[in-house]
Design a protein around this ligand. Structure first.
Ligand SMILES: Nc1nc2c(ncn2[C@@H]2O[C@H](COP(=O)(O)OP(=O)(O)O)[C@@H](O)[C@H]2O)c(=O)[nH]1
Ligand SMILES: [Mg+2]
Length: 324
């Protein structure tokens, strides 16, 4: 069976070959493993990558004398959102305020050593926020890059009291090392990006800092990325954070109803924006996808119960009845 390797895989493999440090090699191999097409034709290659990875990890542990810790967090809810930034900017405070997680907040840096997830409500859905260890002034571990690459959205938090524009630049540089470019950014010359990622910039401690001057500076540095000023102390801007996160995830909530029954608005199906009636059917059950003939849709800007075919694109809030 042909392996049908994707351009992403070939790019990661090329990086592996030109990698100089152990960390770079591990990162490239992890990327290769993440993007390699998973089918019978690549099973041998997958095993080979895993073998090389474990060899390099052991080598790394020998060299540093510590066990190379590696973390990942399983995605839950409607999307996974990382909260990252330099030390002491208020990341743990934010995740603690918006979710059920008991994050550790302290006025000294590096209190958060490993990623900690929590669930944030947005109206009737839940979104996963992950309180990340700080991006520091030294290169992050490979797992940090991996988590950043697989997240649905990255929230970059900067402290408005401490040159927030420079902080944003530092974080953007680190993300560029992960080959991630904030969606919509032009990117710097010489950097090779591989992945565009939606991003939200939060300026924290707005209660302490007169924002009139620093906010425009931060907006300029963010060149087009969405920016919000917030305070974990007073709660200023936190509701706006929920809404912005939902919007940037680019998802819609769609409700189903059985013929002749009431709408059930408590349990939405969460779909990517642009999803069709067929995508919804597929989400409900594979059987449905094959069986259903048409749908009826209720929603803003539609006739009530309008008959639609399987390619009909759905919008947030639509109610759909699938007819077999
Ligand atoms: N005044 C003010 N202090 C904050 C705010 N957010 C966090 N802090 C304080 O800043 C320090 C670091 O907060 P923490 O959430 O642990 O930051 P992290 O290292 O980025 O996770 C703590 O003393 C917090 O109480 C805020 O919005 N306003
Ligand atoms: Mg923290």
């Amino acid at each position: 069976m042909p392996a049908n390797l994707s351009p992403e895989y070939l790019a990661a493999e090329k990086r592996f070959r030109s990698a100089r440090t152990l960390d770079e090699k591990i990162l490239a191999l992890e990327e290769m493993l993440a993007v390699i097409p998973k089918h019978k034709g690549t099973e041998k290659m997958q095993a080979d990558i895993k073998r090389r990875l474990s060899k390099l990890r052991i080598e790394g542990e020998k060299r540093t004398g510590r066990k190379g810790l590696s973390y990942s967090i399983r995605r839950e809810g409607a999307g996974q959102v990382l909260v990252t930034g330099l030390p002491n900017v208020g990341k743990s405070s934010l995740v603690g305020r918006l979710t059920n997680a008991s994050t550790i907040v302290a006025n000294y840096p590096y209190t958060t050593q490993k990623p900690l997830p929590g669930m944030m409500f947005y109206e009737n859905i839940q979104i996963q926020l992950v309180d990340m260890p700080p991006m520091a002034y030294e290169p992050a571990d490979p797992w940090y890059a991996n988590m950043s690459r697989t997240a649905d959205l990255i929230v970059v938090m900067v402290d408005l009291m401490d040159a927030p524009d420079t902080q944003l630049e530092l974080v953007a540089e680190e993300l560029a090392r992960f080959r991630i470019r904030p969606a919509g950014w032009p990117g710097k010359e010489g950097d090779t990006y591989e992945l565009e990622k939606p991003m939200l910039v939060l300026g924290s401690k707005a209660d302490h800092q007169e924002t009139r001057e620093v906010l425009p500076e931060l907006r300029r540095a963010a060149s087009g990325l969405p920016v919000l000023a917030i305070s974990n102390e007073t709660g200023q801007g936190l509701e706006a954070v929920r809404t912005a996160v939902f919007r940037l995830l680019d998802i819609i909530r769609v409700y189903t109803r059985a013929p002749g029954k009431e709408h059930d608005l408590s349990h939405p199906f969460v779909l990517k924006r642009g999803s069709t009636v067929a995508d919804l059917a597929c989400e409900i059950h594979q059987d449905f996808l094959e069986k259903f003939k048409y749908g009826r849709v209720w929603g803003r800007g539609k006739f009530n119960g309008q008959k639609v075919n399987r390619d009909y694109p759905l919008s947030d809030g639509d109610v759909v009845e699938l007819r077999i």
